[in-house]
Design a protein around this ligand. Structure first.
Ligand code: FE2
Length: 290
């Protein structure tokens, strides 16, 4: 199905929240929080020159577009956008929407889903749909439609082709994102450097992917921030804490005392005053696993 109307329904059905607002150019990006999120995701980025080398920081050439709303200090969730007329429920479970013979410019989109405290969310449903390389949506089948779930690190990867252009819209990919038990976020992802970004009423620079060329194709990144309440994650610059345990540095223990450290129970063998570095797993002379 190729759209031929000058103003497609998804561009004329109202003004989505944040769809035409100004670029969040003044939004401060907290490197501390980015690092926190990356550490929490198990994907500690390279540190070079004091910077955090996340993909979104490494745009090459030209004026950097507005940053995506990725765990900044405001914890703003990813903006919503209208669903448009081409969503179909029941898409296949798959991370790749293409085969080796699929026409178009190969594209991978990867990133993380975070909650409001910048902690990664596992098991987030991501349902993507898009036009094919010629700008057509498949309304009779499920071509270029697929859903997947973020992994244990909150990460996802979509393999597809660069979405084609159709009248009235700039290049985009639709997606619904939902954390387990959370609200559904319906939005669209955009490509940087597209001439039509300047004229598309729905385009929102906060929804720009970071896209770079990679061989014959392109690699895009985008992190979702879902409106899911979370406890703040530990700051990697804070002193280590003991997750799920009762052991605590500074405590005086007597022989026979029992503690839990990192989910494992120990019995004190010798009275001592606990200090950081003498955690039970590290000092079998002081603690016996029980
Ligand atoms: Fe669309």
């Amino acid at each position: 199905m190729t759209e031929s109307s000058a103003v497609p329904p998804e561009a004329s059905g109202g003004t989505p929240r944040n769809a035409s607002g100004p670029a969040p150019a003044g939004r401060p990006l907290s490197r501390k929080n980015l690092l926190r999120a990356a550490v929490a995701a198990g994907a500690v980025p390279l540190l070079a020159g004091g910077g955090v080398a996340l993909a979104r920081d490494s745009r090459s050439g030209g004026t950097p577009p507005a940053l995506t709303p990725a765990c900044d200090d405001g914890d703003d969730p990813t903006p919503e956008q209208m669903e448009g007329p081409y969503f179909k429920p029941g898409s296949p479970l798959r991370t790749s929407l293409v085969t080796s013979g699929t026409p178009g410019t190969p594209l991978t989109v990867s990133g993380y889903a975070f909650g409001r405290a910048c902690r990664p969310l596992r098991g987030v449903l991501l349902d993507f749909w898009q036009a094919d390389a010629s700008g057509a949506y498949d309304m009779s089948g499920f071509a270029f439609r697929g859903h997947q779930f973020t992994d244990a690190d909150g990460a996802f990867t979509l393999t597809t082709v660069v979405a084609g252009l159709y009248p009235g819209r700039t290049r985009h990919i639709h997606v619904k994102a939902q954390a387990p038990g959370g609200p559904v976020l319906t939005t669209q992802l955009y490509f940087p450097g597209e001439p039509r970004n300047a004229t598309d009423a729905l385009y929102d620079p906060a929804l720009l992917m970071n896209v770079r060329s990679a061989g014959p194709g392109r690699q895009g990144t985008f992190d979702f921030v879902l409106d899911v309440a979370q406890q703040p994650s530990p700051d990697p610059t804070d002193p280590p804490t003991e997750p799920g345990g009762t052991w605590a540095a500074g405590t005086s223990y007597r022989a026979g005392d029992r503690v839990v450290h990192a989910g494992i129970s120990y019995r004190c063998l010798q009275a001592h005053s606990a200090i950081t570095g003498w955690e039970p797993p590290l000092v079998p002379a002081l603690w016996e696993r029980v």
